[in-house]
Design a protein around this ligand. Sequence first.
Ligand code: ACO
Length: 340
Amino acid sequence: MAEVNRAESQRSADHATMGWSSRIVGCGSALPERRMSNQELATMVDTSEEWITQRTGIKERRIAANGECTSDLAIRAAVSALEQAGMRGSEIDVVVLATCTPDRTMPATAVRVQEALGMTGGVAFDVQAVCSGFVFALSVADNMIRLGQARNAVVIGAETMSRIIDWNDRNSCVLFGDGAGAVVLRGERHAGGSRRGILSTHLHSDGRHHDKIHTDGGTSSTQTAGKMHLAGREVFLHAVVNLSDASQEALAAHGLSNDDLDWVVPHQANQRIVQTLAEKLHLPMEKVVLTVDHHGNTSAASIPLALSEAVADGRIKENDLVLTPTMGSGFTWGAALIRW
Ligand code: ACO
């Protein structure tokens, strides 16, 4: 055991001194089959196709079937990301799963993924930062690789938001959808200078806003998951500022400017939030990956779902500079800057 620990420590030290970083080598996604249109929602609450489209840009969202859990979507996304990477589960050291809709209070949903991937070693755990969860999880896995605690990682954002929606509340029920996206990170040694992979991650939270998007339940308070409530207009205003600040912070950390960006893949909360962000960054919408129209807001799954789509259709290519600004309940916000 001491030998194993010594070897582990040595690997950590080697990684730190040799300059390791992580590169995304596979993307995958999973969506429930069932599509819910704005027209269908208009039969359930006092809303209309026009209102939802104009105010949010959302046309439809996917809804998980009865018995279809967050882990089911997460596993499908992780398997397809591994396929694209040409890797097996046994090569993965760490699974970090971002979700605010876990299968159960315990254990972590990530261990279901670990089992399904055939991993008998390594670690698997959940991260909870709501809509920002994927970028937070990416940061944790990237740092583990940089420090030599892991060689290869699977990072997942997976949600079944339909389970915590109040389907009688038109303020929130029109906004969200279910789904999962995953990426495979491979640790690579670099010799300084320009490199591909995750260049940096930038994370923030401000708990003074914890009530702006919240559920009215939880394990220790009500022993139920509760239903979601949100102060939409306030969230909107904070989202625009925080997404823009995180974007500028990430670029400034590398002496880069908005013009250097090939793609922005933001959290998909609302098309108007994304358009306002693009305006603040002086970027044409042609450089922004938008999926909110057909996914809705899938919380932690939104960025990896969008990445997966833009890689699959050939928009994101090798060496492209990709920025993933995010913002969610908490408030939490941040960004990752990636040289693809
Ligand atoms: N259909 C019809 N009318 C509606 C609906 C609906 N589905 N929902 C709200 N309204 C009404 C409200 O009752 C209100 O009516 P009132 O003025 O008579 O009281 C009015 O529309 C609200 O108008 P606005 O506040 O001007 O709406 P806004 O343009 O801000 O759009 C929205 C609301 C879509 C919620 C927007 O603020 C938003 O997207 N906010 C952020 C979303 C969010 O909170 N996401 C949570 C996750 S965190 C994140 O992802 C960043």
